[in-house]
Write a protein that binds this ligand. Structure first.
Ligand code: SF4
Length: 261
């Protein structure tokens, strides 16, 4: 079985491969993916915050009273309104998806918020709903940062109406629980070129990977929180402990063993 030719790589899919190629194979090549119904409280709160932020920037009524955890979400939404008051000039694009294809490399990114400001700068906002601060280094080196900035640099002309200068891109990570802190990452032509090579190499590696020959013990530290634990190890899957999406996004690249081809 091979990857569908219309598959667009997201940062999430790349991270899944990075921690375990077998997990990638099962999800994206064999299509064995289900969304479990056992969301823990923090995942649910994070998801609800993203829904409310989308409504706020789309000028849709928030209807906060329908959210069970009204108190914390209310505080977070107040913090968001202070942080991005929507008064600045320019356009706001919440939950915006962008896809690019360069030769046979297909990538996609879904942004929490894109703002093209009055001076033509493109600002990527990403909400992280963990309670503890996420380090600058983890964010700067994450696959998410690479994919999001690169896709915008290469595909943002469709939004902006003209080619995008990487120097005009700024990525801002913001945690509503720590509202006075933003991690801000600029971009450059050099970084765009480096990301392009990195992502091309990684996608080619994934396409040519010998999944049958992969030694699963290289990924064993992730098994206990993987939905395929029963397939691989006949161990019970504890749904409440499955990876949170953001945890996967932020795994430190340097800590991951190089996956051999
Ligand atoms: S159970 Fe372990 S080896 Fe199997 S797919 Fe998940 S992380 Fe990979």
């Amino acid at each position: 079985m091979i990857l569908d030719k219309n598959f667009f790589f997201s940062q999430h899919a790349l991270n899944i491969f990075r921690i375990c190629p077998i997990r990638f194979q099962k999800r994206y090549i064999e299509g064995l993916y289900w969304k479990d119904g056992f969301e823990n409280r923090s995942i649910e709160t994070g998801r609800n915050f993203h829904i409310l932020a989308d409504r706020y920037f789309s000028d849709v009524s928030l209807n906060m009273e329908f959210f069970e955890e009204y108190g914390e979400l209310n505080d977070w939404m107040d913090a968001l309104k202070d942080y991005v008051p929507k008064k600045a000039r320019g356009q706001y694009y919440p939950e915006y998806q962008l896809k690019i294809q360069i030769d046979d490399i297909k990538l996609q990114a879904k942004y929490d918020l894109l703002h093209i400001d009055g001076s033509g700068k493109l600002i990527i906002y990403d909400w992280k709903t963990q309670q503890s601060p996420i380090g600058y280094r983890d964010l700067a080196s994450s696959i998410q940062t690479r994919v999001y900035r690169y896709v915008l640099a290469m595909g943002g002309h469709r939004l902006k109406g003209e080619s995008v200068d990487p120097e005009d891109i700024i990525m801002k990570y913001w945690q509503p629980a720590i509202a006075d802190r933003t991690v801000e990452l600029s971009y450059s032509i050099r970084e765009r070129e480096s990301d392009g090579r990195f992502l091309k190499d990684m996608i080619e590696k994934i396409k040519g990977f010998d999944y049958n020959g992969y030694d699963k013990t290289k990924s064993k530290r992730y098994c206990s929180r993987c939905e395929f634990n029963y397939f691989c190890n006949t161990d019970r899957v504890k749904y409440g402990h499955l990876f949170e999406q953001e945890e996967i996004e932020l795994d430190d690249w340097a800590d991951i063993d190089e996956i051999p081809i």
